[in-house]
Write a protein that binds this ligand. Sequence first.
Ligand SMILES: [Zn+2]
Length: 357
Amino acid sequence: MTSAASNGSPRFWLRCALCGQPAESPVSNFCGACGGMLTVDYDAGPMIDPARRGMWRYAPALPVERPDEALTLGEGATPLVRSRAIADRLGLPNLYFKIEGANPTGSYKDRIAAVGLSRMRELGVTGWAATSSGNAGAALAAYGARAGMQGTLFTLETAPRAKLSQILAYGPRAVAIRDLGRDPTVEKNTFRVVGELARSRGWALQITAHAFNPIGMEGVRTISFELAEELGRLPDCVYVPTGGGGLLSAIHKGFEEWRDRMMPVGAPAARMVCVQAEGCEPINLAWRERREMRPIPTCTTKISGIQLTAPPDGDLALAAMRGSNGWGTSVSDAETYAAQRMLAREEGLFCEPASAT
Ligand SMILES: [Zn+2]
């Protein structure tokens, strides 16, 4: 059994989400028995450590053995800002924005990098490899630098310049892949090659998807814990910008754990709303057609960060939407840019286009 604890009994463990077998090793990315996706389970202990700040307030519910030694740059505890103008216009008195741009490198990916690399470092891993269109690369490069771990990042040829210069400043090796994010074959091959490279070198595979990085993705659940604690309940609906599907499914997992362990029996679920770009909406297509997720042949949206034709966590996202009585909605690029302007001019909030969806 792959487990970890400071007091002798396992506090968390990795098992296969398909066949239930325990993971072969604490650094495994896939099930050794069936190749399935791994998932993290926890014992029934507390979820909060009130002595800690930021995301690590939830250290008892994170898959790290020694939170005192965890990598931190001040991630988490991001602002929850109440809407003024847009809420008035829509007649939604309780509309909020979660400002994940307030994380150290500017996105929620910091939560993943902090947990994933903290765990890998305490297991003795000395390098990492990942793919990223920008935000995950910046997060991994920053926390990797903090950890003293060598990083190799495969990125999109079209990645935003400002993001690339931020990434390169932290010093990882970076490789640009042509047509990554536009062609499902290139996407699948890139994920495969990066996985093989990481395995052969003994590096941590840090692609920000449950399908590849079940440990790191646990960090995303702290978004749900923060929302639940600050609101004193679960939100009715959460709109999640969705590319790979991992953000949406991790937020759902966090809400469900909070509901099971911290709320009265019968408390309502938070409805998960999957927001995709019309030019790249494989998850919402599957939702509308009531079927499993299938890759789409091409991506036409210009919105960076959500350009995935073969979302690795697409089926997990669909399960979260269906399991929470949620739904899918897709928006055009023009609507997205208009929303980005509206958020800036009417709410004082500047976000990247993917967040504006
Ligand atoms: Zn299995």
